[in-house]
Design a protein. Structure first.
Length: 92
């Protein structure tokens, strides 16, 4: 994950897998960056694989940040999983 802060908004660019094997490390990186109290954009364009743990992590981010979280550039695997669980409206 690549983290950048631009104009007070954290931009997190994800690439590769977003699975049970990856989410704990991603959460640790976000916590260490002290980023859980500012607006965040998560760029999902580089996500090649996502499972329900990755989806749960995104849902937890949404619950924590509310409208301060924006997802962008959804990759095909992300779109397919959101469609499978009919969660597009949950993320806005």
């Amino acid at each position: 994950m690549q983290l950048n802060v631009e104009s007070g908004t954290l931009l997190a660019r994800l690439s590769g897998s977003l699975t049970i094997y990856d989410v704990a490390e991603l959460q640790t990186q976000l916590t260490e960056a002290g980023s859980m109290d500012q607006p965040m954009i998560v760029d999902l364009g580089g996500v090649t694989d996502i499972d329900t743990a990755g989806l749960q992590w995104l849902m937890a981010l949404r619950r924590t940040l509310g409208e301060q979280l924006a997802l962008q550039n959804h990759s095909q695997p992300v779109i397919e999983l959101l469609d499978l669980y009919q969660l597009a409206s949950f993320f806005g």
